[in-house]
Ligand binder design. Structure first.
Ligand SMILES: Cc1ncc(COP(=O)(O)O)c(C=O)c1O
Length: 392
């Protein structure tokens, strides 16, 4: 291993949402922050150097995206996901959540409906509602820890007001990759009813089995023409603070509509650091990413075994993608509110509460595993002590 992820890097007083923001948000002191999806790991050396070189130049005027930037994205998509992307297809947005909101504005009208498949990343609902569109739930079916789409329910929910479906691929918070047959069937239904698929693939590089992620748009030309794919180096390489994402839209008409929203909001131009960091990460970050995935897999193994041995009421679901463990806590027999208080006030661990992810999330928590093993060990022990202290 070239990188040492065991070293704990102090992130307090670094303006970190995860660390410095936890007390204000959760109202408790001394929480172990295992919530929002960023990593406690330093980025690959080449990325730090690219940013440092840019900083050393000392001039941070309006910035363009170089040819080599686009090429690094194209090469990454080809080698990592076997998806041939063309430069013209690549649109921009500071973040993926911004892109989801722009897409809602571009492809729907107020009052239109957007289908989401909960439990799912909560901004899917939020951007729909804050844009005055209606959320329609097509809940996933939890078959003993394996999630499946409910296609009959999906078809029954479609009417002429449904314009968009938001797909989380790979899935957050479930931590799984969709199989080709599932994506094919979903896409066929959306194509039949003229529904545009917004495929959020921000976690696509974080798969434990190489090549297991299938970009929705790569399945067929028809799917490519009726979808937009949200990608970013932010989850993959821990660059969320650099506000850089790439939205891949093969269809010219959809691309123009999306770009019109970017222009209207005047957010198309990058900051000075995002493009250089992205290019360095995609060009030189493979070994770092492979090592991160191995390390996270070790953290997952640790909590899975620890909970199975010491806290059987908590079940860690298997993880195929993301560094976010989805933990079934229903065995504790608590309401979602009690569960939240339990983890914050008794265990002193900040997790994402499942209920925030919509129907089907109640009774679950999401734990961020992208941190040093010693932090995971401490959190597991604090949770065990809290469970042991519960009245039997
Ligand atoms: C599925 C998904 N989409 C988008 C985001 C956030 O993207 P951004 O920070 O680029 O807005 C996250 C962050 O956790 C996520 O899990």
């Amino acid at each position: 291993m070239k990188y040492n992820f065991d070293t704990v890097i102090d992130r307090m007083k670094s303006s970190s949402v995860k660390w410095d923001g936890a007390e204000g948000l959760f109202g408790e002191k001394d929480l172990l922050p295992l919530w929002v999806a960023d990593m406690d790991f330093k980025v690959p050396d080449e990325v730090s150097k690219a940013v440092a070189d840019k900083a050393a130049h000392g001039i941070f005027g309006y910035t363009i995206r170089e040819e080599s930037y686009y090429q690094s994205i194209i090469d990454w998509m080809k080698t990592r996901h076997n998806w041939a992307v063309e430069k013209e297809w690549i649109c921009h947005s500071p973040g993926v959540v911004t892109a989801l909101s722009l897409a809602v504005q571009a492809f729907t009208e107020p009052g239109d409906k957007v289908i989401v498949q909960p439990p799912v990343y909560y901004p899917f609902m939020k951007v729909t509602e804050t844009n005055n569109r209606e959320v329609v739930y097509n809940p996933l079916v939890n078959n003993n820890g394996t999630y499946e789409m409910d296609f009959d329910d999906l078809v029954s929910k479609i009417d002429e007001s449904v314009k968009v479906l938001m797909l989380c691929n790979p899935h957050n918070p479930g931590g799984f990759v969709w199989k080709k047959e599932e994506l094919q069937r979903l896409g066929d239904i959306c194509m039949k009813y003229g529904i545009i698929v917004i495929s959020d693939e921000i976690h696509s590089d974080l798969v434990f089995r190489k090549g297991s992620h299938i970009p929705f748009a790569s399945i067929s030309e028809q799917f490519a023409q009726r979808s937009i794919t949200c990608t970013a180096p932010s989850k993959t390489f821990n660059l969320a603070g650099l506000q850089t994402s790439n939205i891949i839209i093969p269809n010219e008409e959809l691309r123009e509509k999306f770009s019109a929203e970017t222009d209207r909001n005047s957010i198309g131009m990058p900051n000075s650091f995002g493009p250089v960091a992205t290019e360095a990460a995609y060009s030189h970050g493979v070994q770092w990413l492979d090592e991160v995935l191995e390390y996270v897999a070790g953290n997952l193994k640790y909590v899975t075994e620890y909970f199975a041995e010491h806290i059987p009421a908590l079940k860690v679901l298997p993880l195929e993608a993301t560094y976010l463990a989805w933990i079934d806590c229903r065995g504790l027999g608590m309401t979602p509110e009690e569960l939240e208080t339990f983890f914050l006030s008794k265990a002193h661990v900040a997790l994402n509460q499942g209920k925030a992810f919509g129907p089907g999330g109640e009774g679950f928590v999401r734990m961020n595993l992208a941190c040093s093993r010693s932090i995971i060990e401490k959190a597991a022990q604090q949770i065990k002590e809290a469970v042991d202290s519960l009245p039997s």
